[in-house]
Design a protein around this ligand. Sequence first.
Ligand code: ATR
Length: 288
Amino acid sequence: MAISGKTCVYAVIGDPIEHSLSPAMQNAAFNALNLDSIYTAFKVKPVDVAKALVGMRALGICGLNVTMPHKAAVMPHLDWIDEPAKFLNSVNTLYHKEGKLLGYSTDGIGALKALKENKVDPYGKKIVILGSGGAARAIAYTLIQEAEELVVLNRTVSEAKKIADTLEYKFNKKIITDSLSPEIVKEKISNADILLNTTSVGMKPNIQSLVAPNNLRADLAVMDIVYSPFETQLVKDAKAAEAKVVNGVEMLIYQGAASFEIWTGHEAPVRVMRKAVLEQLQGGSCIE
Ligand code: ATR
């Protein structure tokens, strides 16, 4: 599609932003549907977030993805924010609609779709989440609405408790919290259907796993949100145990697909988006 005066401009803002996979993924999607839109990346310093959003309004930028460290900082500058984003205090998608800036969080729905589209249905299941950062909060927010039992384990247990306290109050459901000691991990996994790693453990250069290989089994589904390396140690061990595995790129793809659908109203071409992401990772020799 040739760029013209009518082309809609989208971008991701963050700092750093140079290694973002979103431009490749979203441009592939726009091209596949022949939409007159382009997607780029802007490095925005924390001190410039408010100015960037004034610029978005002034320039008529159609939509933005928002990544670290701006997911909370953009919020005071928006006209409307969806329920999950408000609750999570985190916006990752901005849609400029009829002069208004609308904010959404697609992280939780991205994780849920990543599971479901890979034939892991969390409904009525026992789920263990490792970690209690921003990604864990978004995932827990979505999965507590599906799960029969949710366990959140974190190195800093007080952070896990914070997630539990707020979600238990909102959804009136109990969440079990505990530490990440090998004994606790083993015990909680032995009783679970689905295990999700949301910690940065496994990400280069910290490429170990929080889970002993012999804790994994064929009837446990395992999702890791880390995708660099492409196959983390946890993913490798889960495959060796013949567990069903959802790779880290899947959440990235489905949160991006959800943004695309908000902006365009079209179903996202997920296969095209996945191909673009994998090509980028291969090009950057991140696949091992
Ligand atoms: P994100 O927004 O991507 O979720 P984050 O907010 O920095 O990232 O959260 C990182 C998570 O990884 C946290 O749960 C962190 O545990 P703490 O709350 O104890 O810091 C977890 N994490 C990072 N390094 C870890 C390590 N070496 N061992 C165990 N957990 C680790």
